[in-house]
Each structure stands twice: as structure tokens, then as C-alpha cells.
Design a protein around this ligand. Structure first.
Ligand SMILES: [Zn+2]
Length: 261
């Protein structure tokens, strides 16, 4: 384990690192022979680049699973990044402004939080579905999974059988936010993710302490099936927005009117 003030990094596979930002959010760093891929950048607490520098001196390519402030908050430590164009929309750019990262950090009650001033205005590039990142002896590709945001993406390392799922199929799946797709749209990508678990890939998300399990992703999917069935039968409680409820994990938080979309 390597630690800095706000970050801790642990090796979770062959030259693959999980970087936890104060237990609130995870980034992942995959190393090849000639480059490294950083999946997400955290909330922006401290400087995520400091812990990366302790792990590797390779040039870093930054990709985002989606444009939420707890994943895009550290972007200003890097010159450029890739995100799907569906997350270019104003609603996501607005939500990923540093002010929201600061609010999240204040709410987290972290002692002595330091958010450095912006280093760079990071240049945005469009991430394409299927885009390959060749890190030298290691390739990782992106797969579009519209759901938690319209431009959500997962990253897949086939040789090492790893999939990085961001917030798209978490133990607590948030589908109630502005900019989430409907539940039916989400299911298409979720099914594709589940196929990787069935093929024995290890899964890593944006907030869990450990590895995701096939049981977890399938339970989350099953909850979405229940919601869709209730919506189709007209038995959905329109005042409820958690299934099974807000104190139970696994759970989905949703917008009743978007279930069938
Ligand atoms: Zn998110």
C-alpha cells in the first residue's frame, strides 16, 4: 500500500492499481511498458498526481467513466482527458464544475481538506465507443454503457480480464439524478457488463472498497427487472424512489417516470 495525505494505492492485479481518495471514490491506474491509463481522477482532494508519481513515471492518459464531479474533480492536474461526447452536455459540465467537488468535500467531513488551485485547463477529447488505448504490451478499450449518465463508459483490459465500471452498476446504483437515462436504456449496457463477469473478469467500480462480484451485478440487474415489471403492470408506487429501500444494499435509487425509458 502506498499512501499520501488523501490517497491510498493498492495493487489489485498485474500492474493495475486502485487509488482510493479518502475512501470516497476510486480511480484506477493501469501500467503498460510505454504508458499508463488513469481511469477517473477523484473529487479533487489534494493532488492525485502525487500518488501516481510514486507508482510510475510513465506518461499518463486520462479517461473518465463519466462526467460527475467525484470522478472529474482531479482533471486540472492533467493536460488532457477523454470522455464520451454524450457527457459533454451542459448539465454534466455544470455538475462537474470545481464548486460541486468542493461542496461534496465539505459534506464528507474530511478533516483539513485541501483542494489546490487549478493547475491546467484540461483539454477535453471525445472518447469513442470501442476506442483502444495501447499502453505498450497492454491494451484497454472503452465500451459505451449509457445509464448512470448518457455518456457513461466502462474500460476493459482483456488480457488481464479486468473491467472498470465507474458508477454504472454499483451496489447503490444512482439513476435518479438529472442526466441519467431511463432504466430500460441502462439495461442494455448492464447486460453487456454482466457478460464480462460471467466470463470471469474481475470488476472494479467507482466507490466500493473491494472488488465487485457477479452476484452483486446480477442482483442490481434483477432489481431493475422488478422495477420495469411493476411499471409495466402499473403497480409501481410513484412516491417511492428506492428499491428495495434506502437502507438496504443492493439498491437502486430511481425516478419513477423514467423506468420504462
Ligand atoms: Zn456518478
Amino acid at each position: 500500500m502506498i499512501t499520501t495525505k488523501y490517497h491510498s494505492a493498492s495493487e489489485i492485479g498485474n500492474n493495475a492499481w486502485k487509488i482510493s481518495e479518502s475512501g470516497m471514490v476510486n480511480c484506477y491506474l493501469l501500467l503498460g511498458n510505454s504508458g499508463a491509463l488513469l481511469i477517473d481522477t477523484g473529487i479533487g482532494l489534494g493532488n492525485v498526481k502525487e500518488i501516481i508519481d510514486k507508482i510510475t513515471a510513465l506518461p499518463i492518459t486520462v479517461v473518465l467513466t463519466h462526467m460527475h464531479p467525484d470522478h472529474a474533480g482531479g482533471l486540472s492536474h492533467f493536460h488532457e482527458y477523454y470522455v464520451m461526447k454524450e457527457d459533454f452536455a451542459m448539465s454534466y459540465s455544470f455538475l462537474s464544475m470545481p464548486v460541486f467537488s468542493r461542496i461534496m468535500i465539505k459534506m464528507s467531513k474530511i478533516k483539513d481538506p485541501i483542494m489546490p488551485k487549478l493547475f491546467y485547463h484540461s483539454v477535453r477529447h471525445e472518447l469513442i465507443d470501442g476506442q483502444m488505448f495501447n499502453l505498450g504490451g497492454r491494451t484497454v478499450h472503452a465500451m459505451a454503457v449509457p445509464g448512470h449518465t448518457k455518456g457513461s463508459a466502462v474500460f476493459i483490459d482483456d488480457a488481464n480480464k479486468m473491467i472498470f465500471t465507474g458508477d454504472d452498476i454499483n451496489i447503490s446504483l444512482w439513476m435518479h439524478l438529472p442526466g441519467c437515462t431511463g432504466m430500460k436504456t441502462w439495461q442494455t449496457g448492464a447486460k453487456q457488463i454482466i457478460e464480462y463477469f460471467e466470463k470471469g473478469y474481475s470488476g472494479w467500480d467507482g466507490h466500493s472498497e473491494g472488488q465487485q462480484t457477479e452476484e452483486q451485478v446480477k442482483t442490481t440487474y434483477h432489481l431493475s427487472e422488478e422495477l420495469i415489471q411493476e411499471a409495466e403492470e402499473g403497480t409501481l408506487d410513484k412516491k417511492e424512489n428506492f428499491i428495495p429501500n434506502k437502507d438496504t444494499f443492493h439498491q437502486i435509487r430511481y425516478q419513477p417516470k423514467r423506468i420504462l425509458q
